[in-house]
Design a binder for this molecule. Structure first.
Ligand code: ATP
Ligand code: MG
Length: 139
């Protein structure tokens, strides 16, 4: 049923849990996994004299999140494609799902955000409202 699963990661414990479910889906359905992380938009840095360096620092931090996620996928790692994108996060995830023709998006209900008490984070809320395919929110 699921052949192309997009797994959105932000390095949080919630996203780690979502990764474990994505690994299970890859095993159960023989699905391919697309690992997506969006690093923060860089337009706020325009004009800084260190622009290039600051952008590459954000990209490197994003690449590190993807690499750690890939390791966590363990045995199914060879079925994983990586996609490091620039934010805003929800828009980047939605566009990747659309372009790639993903048939499922897996993500955490919450992420790294620190506001306690919310059921959904802004990224999971927006993606689940606007996604072109089913969304599995892990809690
Ligand atoms: P907020 O960001 O609104 O303060 P939050 O951080 O608690 O709240 P979300 O950001 O919505 O919650 O995170 C929910 C899930 O969305 C995460 O578990 C992860 O799967 C995914 N996600 C969040 N940020 C990103 C990102 N930058 N790139 C890819 N996926 C992300
Ligand atoms: Mg967040």
């Amino acid at each position: 049923m699921f052949k192309d699963v997009l797994i959105a990661v932000d390095g949080s414990p919630h996203s780690d849990k979502a990764l474990d479910y994505a690994r299970g889906l890859a095993e159960a359905f023989g699905a391919r996994l697309m690992l997506v992380h969006a690093y923060p938009q860089t337009s706020d840095l325009l004009g800084y004299k260190d622009f290039e360096r600051l952008v590459s620092r954000r990209q490197a931090a994003g690449q590190e999140i993807i690499a750690t996620a890939r390791k966590r996928l363990g045995a199914v790692e060879d079925r994983v494609q990586e996609n490091l994108l620039e934010g805003p996060e929800a828009e980047a995830i939605l566009k990747a799902a659309d372009t790639h023709g993903s048939d499922l998006i897996v993500m955490g209900t919450r992420g790294r955000g620190s506001i306690e008490g919310l059921l959904f984070g802004s990224v999971s809320r927006k993606v689940s409202h606007l996604a072109p395919c089913p969304v599995l929110l892990i809690r």
